[in-house]
Ligand binder design. Structure first.
Ligand code: HEM
Length: 182
């Protein structure tokens, strides 16, 4: 996992829970804490930090990951506004993930191991995103999608009729987006 992901986790933990909390998590995860954004670090190290946060904050690990995704995406949007500015709403943004956003991420962060989504766009209301990754970070995808809807001032309902965490061989993220009334 790229250092930038650790940098984002550090930023949101420090901001919302304080510097001491970040130090506590590093200690609990046996981690040195000096992450360079372009460096590569073991996936397991991120999962240890998530586990430590789960214990310290009394939240299930997937809730920590979803919270992280929700809070990290606005920081990514600040850093890379052009990905967002070229769209007006969530659905077209999500449809550019493989070909534009994560493709660009691979150039910006060489060696980045980004997931490839496949899409079912047969319904204009409900977008199905199929996700397969050995990291099983579907909760991160959920948090990113929720925050993307927030960015475009839309409301989103999200669930997973299939999930690797429940033994399925892929996750299916079912995304329905609405403009708020009024
Ligand atoms: C709603 C939008 C997005 C979704 C659903 C999404 C989903 C994901 C997921 C699930 C991962 C974890 C890797 C894995 O599953 O194997 C990931 C990794 C990553 N994504 Fe995205 N992403 C989104 C937007 C973005 C944006 C806007 C950026 C940057 C501008 C970005 C940059 C990255 C980076 C740097 C990684 C780490 C790759 C690595 O460590 O090797 N993503 N993304």
């Amino acid at each position: 996992m790229k250092g930038v992901v650790f940098n984002l986790l550090e930023a949101v933990i420090r901001r919302d829970y304080g510097d001491d909390m970040w130090e506590t998590l590093l200690d609990a995860a046996g981690s040195h804490g000096a992450y360079s954004s372009l460096g590569n670090y073991p996936d397991d190290e991120l999962m240890k930090l998530v586990g430590a946060a789960s214990s310290a904050l009394k939240m299930p690990p997937d809730d920590v990951v979803r919270w992280f995704g929700r809070n990290a995406l606005p920081l990514l949007a600040e850093k890379h506004p052009h990905f967002f500015a070229s769209h007006k709403s969530t659905r077209p943004f999500l449809l550019t993930l493989n070909d534009v956003i994560h493709a660009e991420v691979r150039k910006l962060y060489p060696g980045a191991d980004v997931p490839v989504f496949t899409y079912d766009t047969s319904s204009p209301e409900v977008l199905l995103m199929h996700y397969r990754s050995p990291r099983k970070l579907c909760a991160l995808a959920e948090g990113f999608i929720e925050a993307t809807a927030g960015y475009y001032a839309e409301e989103v309902s999200l669930d997973q009729p299939e999930c690797m965490k429940r033994g399925d061989d892929r996750c299916v993220l079912r995304v329905s987006v609405r403009k708020p009334k009024g």
